[in-house]
Design a protein around this ligand. Structure first.
Ligand code: IPE
Ligand code: IPE
Ligand code: MG
Length: 231
């Protein structure tokens, strides 16, 4: 695999996982957070160097307030608690999506984690929170042409300003749609949909997805540089 193999995951099915067990939805999200950590620890050994995970979409603000609060608390607290493990594992954690609507306390936590893990070389884990691909593209369209790539990629000044082309997009939970995730970056991505609910997604599932990807014909999938397309 070329260096920079980029996998994106729409981590769907937490609510159904909990319902199937007669548990409230937050239990599913907590189990999903464990899966996130497990999958990210396995990814580098499978050749993945960038992992972009959809944790909270712009449309998810419309969910019940208690669920929204629970998800925000989980993100902030869980990731903060695991910071040392991320540093040890060589992860670099960054946030994509809008930051201005996140609760201040959690944003501060998340930005502390970004700073603490900035030197991570083994795996770049990008967590999408309050993310909408359409909004990112729309915003880019309003910005100066030279900033387009950076705005679409939602990278921060100082980051690489290249759009991170997705190689493989995985969605768990059985639905076959992109739900406004990385639309631009997935122009040439292989798409992989699996019924497994996110909390049940394990090493076998990840290996199966990557084996499937490796087996597909990639000859027609050479992506032109987005920079060329917008210049
Ligand atoms: C995905 O699980 C996690 C988030 C969207 C935050 P869901 O909460 O969408 O679970 P289902 O799709 O209702 O089962
Ligand atoms: C997509 O899942 C967003 C995340 C996984 C965070 P949703 O459950 O919110 O998406 P829809 O509503 O099925 O499109
Ligand atoms: Mg869902």
């Amino acid at each position: 695999l070329k260096p920079g193999f980029h996998v994106a995951i729409i981590m769907d099915g937490n609510g159904r996982w909990a319902s199937q067990r007669g548990l409230p939805r937050p239990f599913g999200h907590r189990a999903g957070a464990e899966t996130l950590k497990r999958i990210a620890s396995l990814a580098p050994d499978l050749g993945v160097t960038t992992l972009t995970l959809f944790a909270f979409s712009t449309y998810n603000w419309l969910r019940a307030p208690a669920e929204v609060t629970g998800l925000m608390n989980l993100l902030g607290d869980y990731l903060a608690r695991e910071t040392q493990a991320f540093v040890t594992g060589g992860w670099r954690l960054s946030l994509i999506g809008r930051r201005d609507r996140l609760p201040a306390r959690h944003l501060a936590d998340l930005e502390r984690i970004e700073a603490a893990t900035a030197g991570g070389k083994r795996l770049h884990v990008r967590i999408a929170v309050d993310y909408s691909a359409r909004e990112a593209i729309e915003q880019a369209a309003h910005s100066h042409a030279s900033d387009l790539a950076r705005v679409i990629a939602q990278s921060r000044p100082g980051d690489s300003d290249e759009v991170l082309e997705v190689d493989l997009m995985i969605r768990t939970g059985g639905d076959k749609r992109l739900s406004d995730f990385l639309l631009w970056e997935c122009a040439f991505a292989e798409l992989y949909f699996v019924d497994t609910l996110w909390p049940d997604f394990d090493e076998t599932c990840l290996t199966a997805a990557i084996d499937d990807f490796r087996g597909r014909e990639r000859a027609n999938a050479v992506a032109p540089s987005p920079r060329l397309m917008v210049s």
